[in-house]
Ligand binder design. Structure first.
Ligand code: SF4
Ligand code: SF4
Length: 71
């Protein structure tokens, strides 16, 4: 299964929950602040996203959207 996510940099508070939750370890915190002064999450290897949505489920700020391609 292939997936795609979008992280809203400005909603993100850099808590890193999604980074810990991703089974593939394909998320990390950015090295540049967002407008609120947090280091937002970013995807470092988008091709390996399965669309499992665990990152979005643990995000307290609803900053991640997930799409999934079946088949
Ligand atoms: S949807 Fe799953 S594989 Fe993709 S970034 Fe989120 S936790 Fe990782
Ligand atoms: S769980 Fe949400 S708020 Fe926390 S780092 Fe990830 S995207 Fe940002």
């Amino acid at each position: 299964m292939k997936g795609r996510i979008e992280i809203d940099r400005e909603l993100c508070k850099g808590c890193s929950y999604c980074v810990s939750a991703c089974p593939g370890g394909i998320l990390a915190l950015d090295s540049e602040f967002n407008a609120s002064g947090y280091y937002p999450a970013r995807i470092i290897d988008p091709d390996r996203c399965t669309g499992c949505a665990l990152c979005a489920e643990v995000c307290p700020d609803v900053a991640i959207l997930v799409w999934r391609e079946e088949g």
